[in-house]
Design a protein around this ligand. Structure first.
Ligand code: PLP
Length: 419
Protein backbone atom coordinates (compact mmCIF):
# COMPACT_ATOMS: atom_id res chain seq x y z
CA UNK A 1 0.00 0.00 0.00
CA UNK A 2 1.19 3.57 -0.78
CA UNK A 3 1.85 6.05 2.05
CA UNK A 4 0.12 8.97 0.30
CA UNK A 5 -2.70 9.21 -2.23
CA UNK A 6 -4.38 12.23 -3.83
CA UNK A 7 -7.93 11.11 -3.15
CA UNK A 8 -9.96 8.14 -1.83
CA UNK A 9 -10.70 5.36 -4.27
CA UNK A 10 -13.81 3.21 -3.84
CA UNK A 11 -14.09 0.38 -6.34
CA UNK A 12 -16.87 -1.75 -4.79
CA UNK A 13 -20.05 -0.89 -2.98
CA UNK A 14 -19.36 -0.54 0.76
CA UNK A 15 -19.37 -3.05 2.35
CA UNK A 16 -17.91 -5.10 -0.48
CA UNK A 17 -18.19 -8.92 -0.65
CA UNK A 18 -15.22 -9.72 1.61
CA UNK A 19 -16.27 -7.07 4.14
CA UNK A 20 -19.83 -8.47 4.18
CA UNK A 21 -18.56 -11.93 5.17
CA UNK A 22 -16.53 -10.47 8.03
CA UNK A 23 -19.44 -8.33 9.27
CA UNK A 24 -21.56 -11.48 9.35
CA UNK A 25 -19.01 -13.40 11.41
CA UNK A 26 -18.57 -10.38 13.68
CA UNK A 27 -22.28 -10.19 14.37
CA UNK A 28 -22.24 -13.85 15.45
CA UNK A 29 -19.22 -13.78 17.73
CA UNK A 30 -18.29 -10.25 18.83
CA UNK A 31 -19.92 -8.35 21.70
CA UNK A 32 -22.70 -6.10 20.37
CA UNK A 33 -21.77 -3.39 22.91
CA UNK A 34 -19.31 -1.69 20.55
CA UNK A 35 -20.54 1.44 18.76
CA UNK A 36 -19.74 0.74 15.11
CA UNK A 37 -21.22 3.40 12.84
CA UNK A 38 -19.58 2.29 9.56
CA UNK A 39 -19.24 -1.08 7.81
CA UNK A 40 -15.51 -0.43 7.37
CA UNK A 41 -13.40 -3.60 7.57
CA UNK A 42 -9.76 -2.52 7.39
CA UNK A 43 -7.03 -4.71 5.96
CA UNK A 44 -4.09 -2.30 6.11
CA UNK A 45 -3.14 1.30 6.73
CA UNK A 46 -0.31 3.72 5.87
CA UNK A 47 -0.05 7.32 7.10
CA UNK A 48 -3.55 8.83 6.87
CA UNK A 49 -4.90 6.17 4.51
CA UNK A 50 -6.59 2.83 5.11
CA UNK A 51 -7.49 0.11 2.65
CA UNK A 52 -10.41 -2.22 3.32
CA UNK A 53 -10.51 -5.96 2.64
CA UNK A 54 -12.06 -5.35 -0.79
CA UNK A 55 -9.29 -2.97 -1.89
CA UNK A 56 -11.15 0.33 -1.32
CA UNK A 57 -8.96 3.21 -0.12
CA UNK A 58 -10.25 5.69 2.48
CA UNK A 59 -8.77 8.94 3.80
CA UNK A 60 -8.67 8.47 7.55
CA UNK A 61 -9.22 11.67 9.56
CA UNK A 62 -10.03 9.68 12.71
CA UNK A 63 -6.66 7.90 13.16
CA UNK A 64 -8.08 5.05 15.24
CA UNK A 65 -9.87 7.58 17.50
CA UNK A 66 -6.83 9.85 17.90
CA UNK A 67 -4.53 6.91 18.59
CA UNK A 68 -2.29 6.53 15.53
CA UNK A 69 -0.45 9.79 16.29
CA UNK A 70 2.33 9.08 13.79
CA UNK A 71 -0.05 7.67 11.18
CA UNK A 72 -0.71 4.05 10.35
CA UNK A 73 2.43 1.90 10.40
CA UNK A 74 5.08 4.65 10.46
CA UNK A 75 8.42 3.07 9.45
CA UNK A 76 10.18 4.37 12.59
CA UNK A 77 7.48 2.82 14.79
CA UNK A 78 7.66 -0.46 12.87
CA UNK A 79 11.43 -0.69 13.34
CA UNK A 80 11.20 0.21 17.05
CA UNK A 81 8.59 -2.54 17.52
CA UNK A 82 10.67 -5.04 15.51
CA UNK A 83 13.92 -4.24 17.28
CA UNK A 84 12.37 -4.51 20.76
CA UNK A 85 10.30 -7.61 20.02
CA UNK A 86 13.36 -9.44 18.70
CA UNK A 87 15.01 -8.83 22.08
CA UNK A 88 12.17 -9.06 24.62
CA UNK A 89 8.38 -8.96 24.30
CA UNK A 90 7.26 -9.27 27.90
CA UNK A 91 8.73 -9.56 31.36
CA UNK A 92 6.20 -7.68 33.56
CA UNK A 93 7.33 -4.38 34.98
CA UNK A 94 5.34 -5.29 38.07
CA UNK A 95 8.00 -7.79 39.16
CA UNK A 96 11.09 -7.03 37.08
CA UNK A 97 13.00 -4.26 35.32
CA UNK A 98 13.84 -3.61 31.68
CA UNK A 99 15.42 -0.53 30.09
CA UNK A 100 12.53 0.77 27.95
CA UNK A 101 10.20 1.35 30.92
CA UNK A 102 12.50 3.60 32.95
CA UNK A 103 13.68 5.36 29.78
CA UNK A 104 10.10 6.20 28.85
CA UNK A 105 9.23 7.22 32.43
CA UNK A 106 12.14 9.68 32.38
CA UNK A 107 11.06 11.15 29.03
CA UNK A 108 7.43 11.57 30.15
CA UNK A 109 8.42 12.98 33.53
CA UNK A 110 10.56 15.57 31.74
CA UNK A 111 7.51 16.63 29.73
CA UNK A 112 5.43 17.43 32.82
CA UNK A 113 5.55 21.18 33.50
CA UNK A 114 6.62 21.99 37.06
CA UNK A 115 9.67 21.48 39.23
CA UNK A 116 10.65 18.20 37.53
CA UNK A 117 11.21 14.77 39.05
CA UNK A 118 7.63 13.49 38.66
CA UNK A 119 6.93 9.75 38.65
CA UNK A 120 5.06 7.60 36.15
CA UNK A 121 2.75 4.60 36.51
CA UNK A 122 2.16 2.59 33.32
CA UNK A 123 -1.15 1.04 32.31
CA UNK A 124 -2.69 -0.39 29.12
CA UNK A 125 -5.49 2.06 28.38
CA UNK A 126 -7.08 5.39 29.11
CA UNK A 127 -9.56 3.99 31.62
CA UNK A 128 -6.75 2.34 33.57
CA UNK A 129 -4.75 5.58 33.63
CA UNK A 130 -7.81 7.35 35.04
CA UNK A 131 -8.32 4.49 37.49
CA UNK A 132 -4.74 4.98 38.65
CA UNK A 133 -5.27 8.74 39.08
CA UNK A 134 -8.44 8.14 41.10
CA UNK A 135 -6.77 5.63 43.41
CA UNK A 136 -3.65 7.77 43.75
CA UNK A 137 -5.67 10.88 44.66
CA UNK A 138 -7.56 8.99 47.36
CA UNK A 139 -4.40 7.34 48.64
CA UNK A 140 -2.39 10.55 48.74
CA UNK A 141 -5.02 12.84 50.29
CA UNK A 142 -6.74 10.23 52.48
CA UNK A 143 -9.98 11.79 51.21
CA UNK A 144 -12.64 10.05 49.16
CA UNK A 145 -14.57 12.56 47.02
CA UNK A 146 -13.86 13.70 43.47
CA UNK A 147 -15.39 16.19 41.08
CA UNK A 148 -15.52 15.68 37.32
CA UNK A 149 -17.65 17.34 34.64
CA UNK A 150 -20.83 16.78 32.65
CA UNK A 151 -20.05 15.81 29.08
CA UNK A 152 -16.73 14.20 30.03
CA UNK A 153 -15.76 10.69 29.00
CA UNK A 154 -13.03 9.15 31.15
CA UNK A 155 -13.44 5.44 30.39
CA UNK A 156 -15.53 2.40 31.26
CA UNK A 157 -13.92 0.56 34.18
CA UNK A 158 -16.00 1.07 37.33
CA UNK A 159 -13.90 3.95 38.70
CA UNK A 160 -13.44 5.68 35.35
CA UNK A 161 -17.12 5.08 34.49
CA UNK A 162 -18.18 6.74 37.72
CA UNK A 163 -16.17 9.82 36.71
CA UNK A 164 -17.61 9.73 33.18
CA UNK A 165 -20.76 11.83 32.61
CA UNK A 166 -21.25 11.42 28.89
CA UNK A 167 -24.18 9.15 27.88
CA UNK A 168 -26.54 7.27 30.19
CA UNK A 169 -26.28 4.10 28.05
CA UNK A 170 -22.69 3.83 29.29
CA UNK A 171 -23.97 3.56 32.88
CA UNK A 172 -27.36 1.90 32.52
CA UNK A 173 -27.49 -1.46 34.26
CA UNK A 174 -24.01 -1.20 35.79
CA UNK A 175 -24.70 0.47 39.14
CA UNK A 176 -24.05 0.97 41.93
CA UNK A 177 -21.00 2.91 40.81
CA UNK A 178 -18.08 4.16 42.91
CA UNK A 179 -19.40 6.48 45.64
CA UNK A 180 -18.07 9.97 46.38
CA UNK A 181 -18.06 11.25 42.80
CA UNK A 182 -19.84 14.50 41.89
CA UNK A 183 -20.30 16.23 38.55
CA UNK A 184 -20.21 19.95 37.80
CA UNK A 185 -20.78 21.98 34.65
CA UNK A 186 -17.75 22.13 32.35
CA UNK A 187 -16.41 25.64 32.01
CA UNK A 188 -18.42 26.96 34.95
CA UNK A 189 -16.48 27.60 38.19
CA UNK A 190 -19.68 28.62 40.01
CA UNK A 191 -21.09 25.12 39.60
CA UNK A 192 -17.98 23.74 41.36
CA UNK A 193 -18.27 26.32 44.13
CA UNK A 194 -21.97 25.41 44.54
CA UNK A 195 -21.09 21.75 45.02
CA UNK A 196 -18.50 22.71 47.62
CA UNK A 197 -20.98 24.95 49.39
CA UNK A 198 -24.10 22.76 49.42
CA UNK A 199 -23.12 19.14 48.83
CA UNK A 200 -19.48 18.27 49.28
CA UNK A 201 -17.37 19.46 52.24
CA UNK A 202 -14.12 20.95 50.92
CA UNK A 203 -12.00 18.96 53.33
CA UNK A 204 -13.36 15.72 51.84
CA UNK A 205 -12.41 16.63 48.27
CA UNK A 206 -9.53 14.44 47.04
CA UNK A 207 -9.29 15.73 43.47
CA UNK A 208 -10.86 17.52 40.54
CA UNK A 209 -10.53 15.65 37.24
CA UNK A 210 -10.87 17.70 34.06
CA UNK A 211 -9.97 17.78 30.36
CA UNK A 212 -8.31 20.90 28.90
CA UNK A 213 -10.40 20.19 25.78
CA UNK A 214 -13.39 17.90 26.30
CA UNK A 215 -12.88 15.09 23.79
CA UNK A 216 -15.91 12.81 23.47
CA UNK A 217 -17.83 15.75 24.95
CA UNK A 218 -17.51 17.60 21.64
CA UNK A 219 -13.96 19.03 21.33
CA UNK A 220 -14.80 21.89 23.66
CA UNK A 221 -11.75 23.82 24.87
CA UNK A 222 -11.94 25.02 28.48
CA UNK A 223 -12.92 28.69 28.59
CA UNK A 224 -10.17 31.12 29.57
CA UNK A 225 -9.49 31.09 33.30
CA UNK A 226 -11.41 27.85 33.97
CA UNK A 227 -8.41 25.58 34.60
CA UNK A 228 -6.66 28.33 36.59
CA UNK A 229 -9.82 28.68 38.68
CA UNK A 230 -9.87 24.93 39.35
CA UNK A 231 -6.19 25.12 40.32
CA UNK A 232 -7.05 27.81 42.89
CA UNK A 233 -9.95 25.76 44.28
CA UNK A 234 -7.63 22.74 44.64
CA UNK A 235 -4.93 24.83 46.34
CA UNK A 236 -7.49 26.32 48.73
CA UNK A 237 -9.04 22.98 49.64
CA UNK A 238 -5.95 20.77 49.65
CA UNK A 239 -7.26 18.70 46.72
CA UNK A 240 -5.27 17.51 43.70
CA UNK A 241 -5.85 18.75 40.15
CA UNK A 242 -5.89 15.91 37.61
CA UNK A 243 -5.75 16.72 33.87
CA UNK A 244 -7.03 14.00 31.57
CA UNK A 245 -4.85 14.35 28.45
CA UNK A 246 -5.77 10.97 27.04
CA UNK A 247 -7.26 12.42 23.85
CA UNK A 248 -5.73 15.92 23.77
CA UNK A 249 -2.16 15.02 24.78
CA UNK A 250 0.89 13.73 22.90
CA UNK A 251 1.19 16.78 20.67
CA UNK A 252 -2.29 16.62 19.13
CA UNK A 253 -3.07 20.29 19.78
CA UNK A 254 0.40 21.49 18.81
CA UNK A 255 1.50 21.50 22.47
CA UNK A 256 2.67 18.30 24.15
CA UNK A 257 -0.21 18.68 26.64
CA UNK A 258 -3.25 20.78 25.74
CA UNK A 259 -3.31 22.31 29.25
CA UNK A 260 0.03 24.04 28.55
CA UNK A 261 -1.98 26.59 26.56
CA UNK A 262 -3.79 27.53 29.79
CA UNK A 263 -0.58 27.96 31.80
CA UNK A 264 -1.79 25.70 34.58
CA UNK A 265 0.34 23.13 36.43
CA UNK A 266 -1.59 19.97 37.36
CA UNK A 267 -0.69 17.52 40.13
CA UNK A 268 -1.50 14.44 38.05
CA UNK A 269 -1.84 13.88 34.29
CA UNK A 270 -3.37 10.87 32.54
CA UNK A 271 -2.28 9.74 29.07
CA UNK A 272 -3.09 6.89 26.65
CA UNK A 273 -4.38 6.90 23.01
CA UNK A 274 -1.56 8.48 20.92
CA UNK A 275 1.20 7.75 23.44
CA UNK A 276 2.52 4.66 21.60
CA UNK A 277 1.21 5.22 18.05
CA UNK A 278 -1.34 2.39 18.32
CA UNK A 279 0.13 -0.04 20.82
CA UNK A 280 -1.84 -0.38 24.05
CA UNK A 281 -0.19 1.85 26.63
CA UNK A 282 -1.37 4.35 29.21
CA UNK A 283 0.44 6.50 31.73
CA UNK A 284 -0.41 8.36 34.90
CA UNK A 285 2.22 11.01 35.67
CA UNK A 286 2.37 12.70 39.07
CA UNK A 287 4.37 15.63 40.43
CA UNK A 288 7.10 14.76 42.95
CA UNK A 289 5.82 13.71 46.38
CA UNK A 290 2.45 12.44 45.13
CA UNK A 291 3.17 8.93 43.87
CA UNK A 292 4.43 7.80 47.27
CA UNK A 293 2.56 4.54 47.66
CA UNK A 294 4.08 1.30 48.93
CA UNK A 295 5.04 -1.76 46.83
CA UNK A 296 1.93 -3.82 46.11
CA UNK A 297 -0.49 -0.91 46.40
CA UNK A 298 -0.96 -0.60 42.61
CA UNK A 299 0.43 -2.57 39.65
CA UNK A 300 -0.36 -4.09 36.25
CA UNK A 301 0.98 -7.23 34.57
CA UNK A 302 1.04 -5.78 31.05
CA UNK A 303 1.23 -2.03 31.74
CA UNK A 304 4.38 -0.49 30.29
CA UNK A 305 5.17 -3.61 28.27
CA UNK A 306 8.64 -3.34 26.58
CA UNK A 307 7.28 -3.27 23.00
CA UNK A 308 4.69 -0.59 23.80
CA UNK A 309 7.35 1.46 25.61
CA UNK A 310 9.70 1.17 22.61
CA UNK A 311 6.90 2.36 20.28
CA UNK A 312 6.24 5.25 22.64
CA UNK A 313 9.92 6.28 22.75
CA UNK A 314 9.98 6.26 18.94
CA UNK A 315 6.78 8.35 18.90
CA UNK A 316 8.37 10.94 21.21
CA UNK A 317 11.40 11.10 18.90
CA UNK A 318 9.12 11.78 15.93
CA UNK A 319 7.26 14.51 17.82
CA UNK A 320 10.58 16.19 18.61
CA UNK A 321 11.72 15.79 15.01
CA UNK A 322 8.92 17.98 13.65
CA UNK A 323 5.51 16.35 14.14
CA UNK A 324 4.44 18.79 16.87
CA UNK A 325 5.15 21.69 14.52
CA UNK A 326 3.26 19.89 11.77
CA UNK A 327 0.27 19.63 14.14
CA UNK A 328 0.37 23.42 14.52
CA UNK A 329 0.73 24.11 10.78
CA UNK A 330 -1.77 21.53 9.57
CA UNK A 331 -4.12 22.41 12.43
CA UNK A 332 -4.17 26.03 11.22
CA UNK A 333 -4.79 24.89 7.65
CA UNK A 334 -7.58 22.53 8.70
CA UNK A 335 -9.23 25.16 10.88
CA UNK A 336 -9.22 27.92 8.30
CA UNK A 337 -10.49 25.63 5.56
CA UNK A 338 -13.26 24.24 7.77
CA UNK A 339 -14.31 27.79 8.64
CA UNK A 340 -14.41 28.66 4.96
CA UNK A 341 -16.40 25.52 4.09
CA UNK A 342 -18.94 26.32 6.81
CA UNK A 343 -19.20 30.04 6.09
CA UNK A 344 -22.66 30.15 4.52
CA UNK A 345 -24.01 26.98 6.06
CA UNK A 346 -26.84 27.94 8.40
CA UNK A 347 -26.92 24.46 9.95
CA UNK A 348 -23.37 24.87 11.26
CA UNK A 349 -23.32 26.26 14.78
CA UNK A 350 -19.56 26.50 15.30
CA UNK A 351 -16.12 25.33 14.20
CA UNK A 352 -13.88 24.86 17.24
CA UNK A 353 -10.85 23.08 18.63
CA UNK A 354 -7.09 23.42 18.67
CA UNK A 355 -4.37 22.03 16.43
CA UNK A 356 -5.38 18.69 14.93
CA UNK A 357 -8.37 18.39 17.25
CA UNK A 358 -11.08 20.25 15.35
CA UNK A 359 -14.85 19.87 15.48
CA UNK A 360 -17.83 21.21 13.57
CA UNK A 361 -21.03 21.53 15.57
CA UNK A 362 -24.30 21.17 13.64
CA UNK A 363 -27.82 22.23 14.53
CA UNK A 364 -29.03 18.68 15.15
CA UNK A 365 -27.65 15.19 15.77
CA UNK A 366 -29.43 13.97 12.61
CA UNK A 367 -27.64 16.52 10.43
CA UNK A 368 -24.33 15.56 12.02
CA UNK A 369 -24.97 11.85 11.42
CA UNK A 370 -26.01 12.47 7.81
CA UNK A 371 -22.87 14.49 7.06
CA UNK A 372 -20.58 11.89 8.69
CA UNK A 373 -22.24 9.07 6.69
CA UNK A 374 -22.11 11.00 3.43
CA UNK A 375 -18.40 11.67 3.98
CA UNK A 376 -17.93 7.94 4.54
CA UNK A 377 -19.77 7.13 1.32
CA UNK A 378 -17.24 9.37 -0.44
CA UNK A 379 -14.26 7.66 1.20
CA UNK A 380 -13.57 10.10 4.06
CA UNK A 381 -13.52 8.71 7.61
CA UNK A 382 -14.50 11.20 10.31
CA UNK A 383 -16.26 10.61 13.63
CA UNK A 384 -19.00 12.23 15.67
CA UNK A 385 -18.37 13.70 19.11
CA UNK A 386 -20.60 15.42 21.66
CA UNK A 387 -24.36 15.59 21.12
CA UNK A 388 -24.24 17.04 17.58
CA UNK A 389 -20.64 17.67 16.50
CA UNK A 390 -18.27 15.86 14.17
CA UNK A 391 -14.52 15.73 14.61
CA UNK A 392 -11.34 15.71 12.59
CA UNK A 393 -8.43 14.16 14.49
CA UNK A 394 -5.97 13.05 11.80
CA UNK A 395 -2.53 11.64 12.45
CA UNK A 396 0.14 14.26 13.12
CA UNK A 397 1.86 13.27 9.85
CA UNK A 398 -1.06 14.66 7.82
CA UNK A 399 0.05 16.84 4.87
CA UNK A 400 -1.56 19.78 2.99
CA UNK A 401 -2.87 17.58 0.15
CA UNK A 402 -4.66 15.35 2.67
CA UNK A 403 -6.14 18.28 4.61
CA UNK A 404 -7.37 19.89 1.37
CA UNK A 405 -8.85 16.61 0.17
CA UNK A 406 -10.62 15.97 3.51
CA UNK A 407 -12.18 19.43 3.64
CA UNK A 408 -13.20 19.29 -0.04
CA UNK A 409 -15.11 16.04 0.57
CA UNK A 410 -16.57 17.37 3.82
CA UNK A 411 -17.75 20.56 2.06
CA UNK A 412 -19.41 18.50 -0.69
CA UNK A 413 -21.10 16.28 1.89
CA UNK A 414 -22.26 19.31 3.85
CA UNK A 415 -23.80 20.98 0.80
CA UNK A 416 -25.44 17.78 -0.45
CA UNK A 417 -26.84 16.86 2.96
CA UNK A 418 -28.23 20.27 3.82
CA UNK A 419 -29.61 20.96 0.37
C1 PLP B 1 -10.37 11.97 27.57
C2 PLP B 1 -10.49 10.47 27.64
N1 PLP B 1 -10.24 9.85 28.79
C3 PLP B 1 -10.32 8.50 28.90
C4 PLP B 1 -10.69 7.73 27.81
C5 PLP B 1 -10.77 6.23 27.95
O1 PLP B 1 -9.77 5.63 27.21
P1 PLP B 1 -9.82 4.05 26.85
O2 PLP B 1 -10.91 3.86 25.86
O3 PLP B 1 -8.45 3.75 26.32
O4 PLP B 1 -10.09 3.33 28.13
C6 PLP B 1 -10.96 8.35 26.59
C7 PLP B 1 -11.38 7.56 25.42
O5 PLP B 1 -11.97 8.04 24.50
C8 PLP B 1 -10.86 9.76 26.51
O6 PLP B 1 -11.12 10.41 25.35
Amino acid sequence: METRYQTPHLKTEIPGPKAKAILEKDSLFVSPSYTRDFPLVVEQGRGCWVEDVDGNTFLDMASGIAVCATGHCHPAILSAIKEQSEKLIHMSGTDFYYPAQSQLAERLSQRLPGAGGGKVFFSNSGAESVECALKLARHRTKRSSLISFFGAFHGRTMGALSLTASKTVQKEGFGPLVPGIHHATYGNLDSVEKLLKHVLPENELAAILVEAIQGEGGYRPAPEGFLQGLREICDRSGALLILDEIQSGMGRTGRFFAFEEDGVIPDIVTMAKGIASGLPLGACIAQPGIMEWPPGSHASTFGGNPVACAASLATLDLLDAGLMQNAVDMGDRLRSQLEEACLDQKAVVEVRGRGLMQAVEMDTAEQRNDVVMRCFDKGLVILGCGPKSLRFCPALVVDPVEIDCAVRIFAEALTETLR
